[in-house]
Design a protein around this ligand. Sequence first.
Ligand code: UDP
Ligand code: MG
Length: 322
Amino acid sequence: MRKNDILTIVVPCFNEEEVLPETVKELGGVLVNMMDHGEVSQQSKIMFVDDGSKDKTWQLIQQFEKQYNYITGIKFSKNFGHQNALIAGMTTAVEYSDMIVTIDADLQDDIHAIPKMVKKYHDGFDVVYGVRNNRDTDTAFKRKTAMMFYGLMQKLGVNMVPNSADYRLMSKRAVEHLLDFKEENLFLRGMVPLVGFPSAKVYYARKERFAGESKYPLKKMIKFAADGITSFSTTPIRLIMFLGLVIVFASVIFVGYSIIRKLTGHTVPGWSSLMASIWLLGGIQLICISVIGEYIGKIFKEVKRRPRFIIEEDDYTDKMED
Ligand code: UDP
Ligand code: MG
């Protein structure tokens, strides 16, 4: 067991000026305690990733950097989103860190799970998932949709740890391999299990947001869920194939039936059935095309190989190089 391993806690922040001082205080307290007890190296850091905030978030981060040696930050040139902020933090920190914890800025996830995660790391686990054991603080709607989402993902064959978000510890080698996944449509909670290595879970109770409001309104949540599905599973395409086969089969029977009707002299005017099939098939085709288009859209984005983020200022590397 190496007690001088460097821990970096990566915290994405988007307009979090209201919570930041409290986050620095509480998270700093936990980190300092671990450093004092020799559980992690004195070189350990909290790294805030300012995801293009419009408020005073970056000024606050820089102020705290001066005040505390263990606080650092990087700043995006604009808003790139939560998942990209996590990747950027890990990309920047991995060179100097032996383990990386990612956690939201709003103190919803119990920070006292971090020492437990570090303990698991010392026990030899490369990935330690923070799993919430209650959802009391979520609205009934969010609980229900989240449950449906996990169920759906399971059915679609995507391996995820239920009730775990982006609060987890990863060892250096696990992060290095995660960064080998070059996809642009990031869905980290689906990607991390694909990395493999020994993993463990730490349970905690999720709390209310400390201050400010959620940066994930319903619209973003739905987009995130849809991204997760289409980035990880081609089952929707197979469902369309199945649907197509069923319809073809049904129309063969229907054609047979109409021929028999005609031969026996029972021909009907046929206007309504004709219209119905035109509309039905047209609609189904449109749905199919749109789903295929969804995947082509993904390919379109992936082949561009655009950078996933652009860092404007990197105080972390500056501090570590000193
Ligand atoms: N966040 C970010 N970029 C964004 C949106 C959110 O970096 O575009 C950060 C945010 O500052 C917070 C974390 O992602 O630290 C989770 O966001 P939030 O707490 O608003 O989501 P919720 O907990 O409501 O799902
Ligand atoms: Mg939150």
